[in-house]
Design a protein around this ligand. Sequence first.
Ligand code: 9YW
Length: 421
Amino acid sequence: MRGDTDETRTRAVSVLESNRRDGYTIPSATLYPFQWNWDSAFVAVGLVRADPAAAKREIRTLLDAQWRNGMVPQIAFWSDAEGYFPGPEEWGIAADRTGGTVRTSGITQPPMVVPAARHVYERTGDESFRDAVLPALRDYCEWWRTERSDDGELVWVRHPWATGMDDSPAWRGPLERFDPGDVEYVREDRKDEDFAAQRPTDWDYDRYVALVRQGRAVDWDEKRLREESPFVVEDVLTNALYVRACESLSEMFADAGDEEQAEEWDAQADATRRALRERRWDDELGLYVSHDLVSDEPLSVPSVAGLLPMLAGVPDDYQRERLRETLSAFLAYDRVVPSYVGPDVDYDRYWRGPVWQNTNWLLERGLRRVGFDEAAARVREDSVSLIESEGFREYFNPETGAGRGSDRFSWSAALYLDWTA
Ligand code: 9YW
């Protein structure tokens, strides 16, 4: 078996090499030809096992795209490439936002880059890397709490793409509430008919595009968007990763001897963790749920995102036991973990049911943190075997195990390197 694993690892490294551009890795050569934020973070986590210098560079290039206000954008358009919509013109971000380094999209993604940087630092022990990235990482965490939090505890996002789980059924309610009007555009993400059935629907896309145009119309003015956008959501996955980000920042500052900053970010992690525990628990579903800040309503759906606060040490004893029960619904599949287990589940379509390697990786660590070691082992085993039988696919059908979406997908290759190290 180890022979097979070694051979698959070699292929994983070659996928990452072929998806590498100048200092960063694109998620997929056939689908996503630029640098994506949390994709690069997951790539760095795995790449550090094979090529530590490239892992450090991956993170530094992403941080080079940071906006002057601290936001790290979802996409950095480092070079011209065909085949993706919406490109830089559609986003219409003025170059002075980033200090002129690069054009970007106008939203962020879950702050995985902070724990990823810590992971890379931990594996390499490279203090000059730590010291070089710490100020940018701190500015990013600071941006979240000043620009993206109403109460200094939970943080919000204003586009489904920013959650990393674009067409999660959790966003249906808020998206139903607004009429996108007659939006004209040409999708680039549906390469053939089979593939189209595995991608978000036009109904979803119309709203994604309308939200981008709305942002551009007000020149991405955060205050106006907070007041006017129909989509303002405290996403449970983003908040869980924000806690991990603040914890990671605190640990790196402590390591660098800056006790004051270490304490400050530890306190922030604590505040967000407590808010998730006390305000975002859904006792009926037995997991945590996102919250719609426009209608002030919980978005109660059984999404894998609702299990991820385990990663941030959120559950109290009662919640932990309820989560154990909830988990059985997520683990009752041939191949785990589906991204969603509620009504209208679609096992082949994007974030409406398929298994993803990145949420599996986060969940495995979450399960270990709360002591569910058996479930964690199952998640790891299935993740590895899905890749060994289907290749580095973007996502997988939990009932049949069939690979779905694009192939030679970077974070699937990278996380395989970490799973099997
Ligand atoms: C998009 C790149 C991104 C991922 C997201 C995933 C998808 C669509 O692809 O987003 O156009 O940004 O949902 O998590 O980062 O792989």
